[in-house]
Every structure is written in C-alpha cells, then in structure tokens.
Design a protein around this ligand. Structure first.
Ligand code: APR
Length: 170
C-alpha cells in the first residue's frame, strides 16, 4: 500500500473514494465539506439527510454522484479544544474508520483531506503525525487498498505532511 502527499482539490480526484472532513450533521458546511457537497450535487444532500448524522471519529459512506470519485466517506473529525478532550484519539478514529469503510467498499485508491486542521483548528503537525501513522499502521490489514493519498489544499499543509511522512518512513 503506497502513501503519497499531493497538493490539489480533492473534488477533482479520480479515485475509488474520497474522504470528507464533515460535521456531525453530515449536512455540509464550509471548507472541504462545502466544496464536496457543491461538486457532488443535490443528490448528495438527499443521501446525507437519510444517514441521520455521524458521531465524531465515526465514518459513513455515500455515492460520489457528480464527483469523479465513486464513493464519499464522511467523517467528522474532532474540534480542537486543548488536546485534553480525546482530540488525538478521535482524529485517529476518523482515519481508521474511514479506511475500514474504504475496505468494506473494496476501494483500491483513497484520497484524504487534512482532517480537522482547518475550521476545527487541530494543530497541523500533530494532525499529520496521527493521520500518517494511522494510515501506515493500517497496511497489514489492507486487502483492497493499494494507494492512500493526502490531498493538501495549500503548500504549507503539503510540506508538513511530506516532512512527517519522510520522518515516519525513515
Ligand atoms: N480539497 C482538499 N482540501 C481542502 C479543500 C479541497 N477542495 N478545501 C479545503 N481543504 C482543506 C483545508 O484547507 C484544510 O487544510 O481541508 C482541510 C480541512 O479543513 P476544513 O475543510 O475546514 O475541515 P475541518 O477543519 O475538519 O473542519 C470541519 O468545517 O466545513 C466545515 O462542515 C465542516 O463543520 C465542519 C468543519
């Protein structure tokens, strides 16, 4: 299972599944959540309404609708408070449960945004360490997944994830 960091717009990813940094209502919002809902179209809103929300750290899957991606895996990451409210554990669970959903849907390629490091203010380097160690540790149990990418929207995020990945793979 390859792990890569790229810079781009995740709504353009031609992959089996993209992961959405959602909120617990699953009814869309700003940031990557807003971009995904806008690009996927109105049918996504209807599908999400039926899911009746999702707890932080859990993950639920819908079709990709108008997106090039086949599936969208929605996961609400933690809202950063002070690091003393299980935020690291919830973030780890968001990545782990999203990977499990991708396996359940027999996905070979999965793209993640940098979950919780925008509006939810999770410190970037710590989030990258949690994200990438969770993804790397999942390798043993990955049967379908052949490639996981982090799609960074900006160069700072890309460079931090790249640096953390190189440290972890040393
Ligand atoms: N493609 C890839 N990454 C993107 C895109 C995009 N099109 N748009 C934004 N991002 C990046 C942000 O720059 C940030 O690095 O996604 C990362 C996560 O930021 P947010 O989208 O703010 O997500 P998060 O911090 O998890 O906060 C989630 O924000 O949009 C609301 O409904 C959402 O309430 C939820 C909260």
């Amino acid at each position: 299972m390859k792990v890569e960091i790229i810079q781009g717009d995740i709504t353009k990813s031609h992959v089996d599944a993209i992961v959405n940094a959602a909120n617990t209502t699953l009814m869309g919002g700003g940031g990557v959540d807003g971009a995904i809902h806008q690009a996927a179209g109105a049918k996504l809103d209807l599908a999400c309404a039926k899911l009746q929300g999702c707890a932080s750290g859990k993950a639920k899957t819908t079709l990709g609708y108008l997106l090039p991606a086949k599936w969208i895996i929605h996961t609400p990451g933690p809202i950063w408070q002070d690091g003393m409210h299980h935020e690291p554990e919830i973030l780890k669970n968001s990545y782990l449960n999203s990977l499990k959903e991708a396996e359940k849907h027999q996905c070979q390629t999965v793209d993640f945004p940098s979950i919780s490091t925008g509006v939810y203010h999770f410190p970037l380097k710590q989030a990258a360490q949690i994200a990438l160690s969770t993804i790397i540790n999942f390798k043993q149990q990955a049967h379908y997944i052949k490639r996981v990418r982090i799609v960074a929207f900006d160069i700072i995020t890309k460079e931090v994830y790249q640096e953390v990945l190189e440290d972890l793979l040393q």
